[in-house]
Design a protein around this ligand. Structure first.
Ligand code: ADP
Ligand code: MG
Length: 289
């Protein structure tokens, strides 16, 4: 169940589940070593997200070169790495927005790249929702309408029910009073929180965040991170690409460092940030920390 409060951040990371196990040769992840007894998995005991040897390319440009990792239900994984290393592409592959060349990606019960019918593709939208750096809100729709649109038009859910849920979600992201505002009347941080509410309106099991604070003014970054922190604490499975290293350290169960389309190294934040094993990881961290 998603609502299970995990009190993330109030315990040492090692006290909780190690969310992702990246099967990267040489990576310092010890599968199962940190798994708390209460670690959540998909109902059948499988991780809720599982990537196996995923390869992806745009034409001749190989972007992902064998990505393998999994996330238990309720796990929080942060992906860090240099620009162009394939982080956004990886999230888009998990969401089914970008086709893969080989390997497999499973989210809940869906083999993401084997979905054929529209009905299957819509069903995937209920499992995994993504938030982008650019909020992409509809400019001529109010905040409330933006949050309501997908459940009504994609899922065909009853308007009244969707409206109730959308109002609750706007309150959850701290924007109850902005329900009738248009995107142009909101700050970047507020628009991004509307975008998060919109993604949550699909009632996903998994949320993907792609550098969602990168385009924001510094003073509004915090409000967006607070919203994500709250979701994570409530037990939402989250995969985030972020450059907010302090935030990653605080909320992640596992950090993946990607470079050149591979996972160079992965592990709990305290290990990856403080005791990186690979020279490439050390070089990257020394540049940004
Ligand atoms: P990151 O998010 O880590 O910065 P991306 O996943 O955006 O990296 O990009 C990885 C590589 O794939 C880059 O070289 C980028 O130019 C290329 N790329 C991304 N999207 C496309 C696309 N739609 N068509 C062609 N090349 C792309
Ligand atoms: Mg990117």
């Amino acid at each position: 169940m998603n609502g299970l409060a995990r009190e993330r951040g109030r315990q040492a990371p090692y006290g909780r589940a190690v969310a992702a196990q990246a099967n990267v040769s040489g990576a310092n992840v010890k599968p199962d070593s940190g798994r708390a007894a209460g670690a959540k998995t998909a109902g059948d005991g499988r991780p809720i997200v599982e990537l196996r040897d995923v390869h992806q390319a745009f034409g001749h440009l190989e972007v992902l070169k064998g990505i393998t990792f999994s996330v238990p239900k309720g796990g929080v994984v942060c992906i860090i790495g240099p620009s162009g290393s394939g982080k956004s592409t990886l999230l888009r592959c998990i969401n089914g927005l970008v086709p893969i060349r080989s390997g497999s990606i499973r989210v809940a019960d869906f083999d993401v790249h084997e979905l054929v019918t529209d009905r299957e593709k819509i069903a995937l939208r209920k499992e995994v929702s993504m938030v982008f750096q650019q909020y992409n809100l509809f400019p001529h729709r109010t905040a409330l309408d933006n949050v309501m649109m997908a459940p009504i038009h994609v899922l065909n859910e009853p308007r009244d029910e969707v409206r109730e849920r959308a109002l609750a979600l706007l309150a959850k992201v701290g924007l109850a009073s902005k329900r009738d505002a248009y995107p142009g009347e909101l700050s970047g941080g507020q628009q991004q929180r509307v975008a998060i509410a919109r993604a949550l309106a699909m009632r996903p099991e998994v949320m993907l965040f792609d550098e969602v604070t990168a385009a924001l003014d510094p003073e509004t970054v915090k409000e967006v991170l607070n919203t994500i922190r709250q979701l994570a604490r409530e037990g939402m499975t989250c995969i985030l690409v972020t450059h907010e290293m302090r935030f990653a350290r605080e909320i992640a169960d596992c950090v993946l460092f990607t470079d050149g389309g591979t996972i160079v190294e992965s592990g709990p934040p305290a290990e990856l940030f403080d005791r990186p094993q690979k020279e490439r990881t050390r070089a990257f961290l020394s540049q940004i920390l």
